[in-house]
Design a protein around this ligand. Structure first.
Ligand code: BTN
Length: 255
């Protein structure tokens, strides 16, 4: 069982996680925040011990064993300010990476756009969804799935999964981990409000594919080139024979 008191003592934020909803079972924490009509405050965090229909990026499933991991979503409302969505994306995976480095001294790799890897295996993923009315953004939901104490993974995966327990050979406190991720997430959000340079540079430092030959799969299209950089919006800049192309989405792998 997740100990809310233990989590709360370590939470050091002003907004993120101050309204905290804990549920045993839900279809998906992202879906809950997308659909709810309740006027929840910005920064609300919904944590579920189990999701029956956990969603991954690109219509994939996110499977996570009950009571072992962290599956949660953060609600962000566009008041007083809403930073660039793409940078929130990078900033979220960066927050997870920085926390894993600080707490467990892992060597963390970030894979564009927002996978978190250890020893080339996936330890966490981020799914951001938005609700808009006309061209006005009404809410943004930031879902994170982190493999914490799960000892084994069965099934078929594009990227081999791992967990903190598998990599560090010990069980860790989910309460401490969640509070530290939220602390770091809020700190990065504040940094992002002032300037994006620091976040982009910190993200670049952990991306091992920059400068490499890559393949990008976008639905049915495949693109080849050199991963030149990420731009100020967090888009991938691909160097091809024809010149430079900005990539907004896709699954990337080394060629
Ligand atoms: C990915 O790497 O494909 C993204 C995975 C995101 C999973 C999290 S778990 C909590 C939140 N609720 C969901 O249904 N998905 C996200």
């Amino acid at each position: 069982m997740f100990n809310i008191e233990e989590f709360d003592i370590k939470l050091d934020t002003n907004v993120i996680g101050r309204n905290f909803i804990y549920v045993e079972e839900i279809e998906s924490t992202n879906e809950f925040l997308l659909k709810t009509d309740d006027k929840l405050p910005t920064g609300t965090v919904v944590l579920a011990e189990h999701q029956s229909e956990g969603k991954g990026r690109r219509n994939k499933e996110w499977k996570s064993d009950k009571n072992q991991n962290l599956t949660f979503s953060i609600l962000l409302l566009p008041y007083p300010k809403m930073p660039n969505i793409n940078l929130i994306n990078l900033s979220t995976s960066l927050s997870i990476a920085q926390t894993l480095e600080n707490l467990y001294q892992f060597d963390v790799e970030l894979k564009w756009p927002n996978d978190v890897l250890i020893n080339k295996k996936k330890i966490a993923g981020v799914l951001i969804e938005t609700v808009s009315r006309g061209d006005k953004l009404e809410k943004m939901i930031i879902g994170m799935g982190i493999n914490v104490n799960q000892p084994v993974f069965s099934g078929k995966f594009d990227l081999k999964p791992t967990s903190i327990r598998i990599e560090s050979k010990r069980e860790v406190s989910r309460e401490k981990l969640l509070s530290e991720i939220l602390n770091q997430f809020e700190e990065n959000l504040r940094t992002l409000e002032k300037s994006s340079t620091k976040i982009l540079n910190a993200w670049r430092l952990r991306c091992k594919m920059i400068g490499e030959k890559v393949k990008i799969v976008q639905d049915k299209k495949i693109k080849y080139g050199i991963f030149d950089d990420i731009d100020h919006n967090g888009f991938l800049v691909l160097k091809t024979r024809e010149g430079y192309e900005k990539i907004h989405f896709g699954d990337i792998s080394l060629r």
